[in-house]
Write a protein that binds this ligand. Structure first.
Ligand code: HEM
Length: 489
């Protein structure tokens, strides 16, 4: 890396001095979102660190991040070429690969419209407003039965283990038109390994920045490569089955609609980018991966907070009992009617900040931010955790207080406060699953809070400290759960 000359009128990025070879890697420590938040207090909202051989710009502060990702969106919409990203989805990931702007944009549009048609548009079953609602209602019913059984036989349960299967089934339904049993070993083996995936993809993974490490044996990296291969062959098998049974007049799911698009594309004269069939059908891999890990992490954290704050759990139950009653199952149209639940979800996103950094970005040309020069191809970390815990923006940021998002009388959610929570990124690379994710977290929670009471078991500690990664998980733990209807008998 040769330092480019700084154009007149612009300043050089501030930042800590760095050691040879490793740069500032050791200073990141076990919780880079905390150490980089601390550094930001010293160097400002735009500063530079050196990770191994590579300079990395770290952004914090809501206005600075909005400026970079929204107002200067094109300048910061790239992805860096990181070693670990090359193993994801065989190097052809929509979210992680270094696809050129035109290719990425075309794929993103396709992914978005496939998601829309197989999640939020009206489905075949008139009982439900959309396919997403149908899948969530059915999966939560299975989940409640499974939890009831495991409590009867074992007296305790691991929340992540059960939630992840339910959430994976929702996205499997939309992507592949199928679901798996809660004891299906093939699916369990896949979805229970996501810890090994998120550890390596968290911002600041040493092997991404120190090339020498790529040649040393590493257990974490070996597991990472293995899970990516396993993931690809799982999806590949299903895709082959779809090709074999494909019928243009009966598009069954997202996979079919992408296969269908491969033919359309050859007819499409307006588009000036050519996508290979692989890059089109490979999109389903991203949707499936992004769709189960994030949402199951959010729901598993939710259950932890319910158990840690039993008085909030009771208030949430009372709200549902009042507004919906206990006879009918909640649905998506209840979302505007449950302000406390909405506030709980916002506070869950803010307080846990379980996606502490977005996926790393990269500058697409020489640019500047807040008067500092940022050369083309610079890797950029966006510290979402810092924004969600900034004492300039939040009163008592380290406390879990859903009521901070409610109006004085508690009847409405304060939308402006809600928009300060940054969980899905912003701008050009903003999450394309956001609407689905918010709806899914809402509906799963509304249904399970209506039917179930979660509680801590004696002798089972409740540990809410996150383990660092692309998505941060709480430590695995064992909880108790009871049907509300049993309580009343
Ligand atoms: C990207 C958050 C659920 C699909 C992202 C990013 C974040 C994020 C922070 C990166 C933004 C950036 O790099 O600036 C979340 C959270 C979720 C969630 C917190 C759940 C609570 C989903 C779901 C899907 C999805 C359900 C699809 C079914 C994607 C895709 C990208 C992405 C495809 C890559 C976009 C791109 O690189 O252009 N998400 N996500 N996400 N998300 Fe989500």
């Amino acid at each position: 890396y040769y330092r480019k000359e700084i154009p007149e009128g612009l300043r050089q990025l501030p930042g800590p001095t760095s050691f040879p070879v490793i740069g500032n890697l050791l200073e990141l420590g076990k919780a880079p979102y905390l150490s980089l938040t601390e550094m930001g207090k010293r160097y400002g909202e735009v500063f530079q660190i050196q990770l191994g051989s590579r300079p990395v710009v770290v952004l914090s502060g809501l206005e600075t991040v909005r400026q970079a990702l929204i107002k200067q969106g094109d300048d910061f919409s790239g992805r860096p070429d990181l070693y670990s990203f090359r193993f994801i989805n065989d190097g052809k990931s929509l979210a992680f690969s270094t696809d050129k702007t035109g290719v990425w944009r075309a794929r993103r549009k396709l992914a978005y419209s496939a998601l829309r048609s197989f999640a939020t548009l009206e489905g075949k079953n008139p009982e439900y407003s959309c396919v997403l609602e149908e899948h969530i209602c059915k999966e939560s019913e299975h989940l409640i039965k499974e939890l009831h059984t495991v409590m009867k036989t074992k007296g305790k349960f691991d929340p992540f283990r059960y939630i992840v299967v339910s959430v994976a089934n929702v996205i499997c339904g939309m992507c592949f038109g199928r679901r798996y049993d809660h004891h299906d070993q093939e699916l369990l083996g896949l979805v229970n390994l996501s810890e090994d995936f998120v550890q390596v993809t968290g911002s600041g993974n040493p092997a991404d920045f120190i090339p020498a490490l790529q040649y040393l044996p590493s257990k974490t990296m070996t597991k990472f490569v293995a899970i990516n291969n396993r993931f690809c062959s799982f999806v590949q098998k299903i895709v082959s089955e779809h090709y074999a049974t494909f019928d243009k007049d009966n598009i069954r799911d997202i996979t079919d609609s992408l296969i269908d698009h491969c033919e359309d594309r050859k007819l499409d004269e307006n588009s000036n980018v050519q996508l290979s069939d692989e890059k089109i059908v490979g999109i389903v891999n991203d949707l499936f991966g992004a769709g189960f890990d994030t949402i199951s992490t959010a729901l598993s954290w939710s259950v932890m907070y319910l158990v840690a704050y039993p008085e909030i759990e009771e208030r949430l139950f009372e709200e549902i009992k009042d507004k919906i009653g206990l006879e009918r199952t909640p649905n998506l149209s209840d979302r505007n009617n449950l302000p406390l639940l909405e506030a709980f979800i916002l506070e869950l996103f803010r307080h846990s900040s379980f996606l502490p950094f977005t996926i790393p970005h990269c500058s697409t040309k020489d640019t500047s931010l807040n008067g500092f020069f940022i050369p083309k191809d610079t890797c950029v970390f966006i510290n979402q955790w810092q924004i969600n815990h900034d004492s300039e923006l939040w009163k008592d940021p380290s406390s879990f207080i859903p009521d901070r998002f409610l109006s004085e009388d508690g009847t409405e959610v304060n939308r402006l406060e809600g928009e300060k929570v940054i969980t899905f990124g912003l701008g050009k690379r903003r999450c394309i699953g956001e609407v689905i994710a918010r709806n899914e977290v809402f509906l799963f929670l509304a249904i399970i809070i209506q039917k179930l009471h979660f509680y801590q078991l004696p002798g089972e500690p409740l540990d809410l400290s996150p383990e660092y990664g692309l998505t941060m998980k709480h430590k695995r733990c064992l909880l108790g759960v009871k049907l509300r209807s049993e309580n009343e008998q």
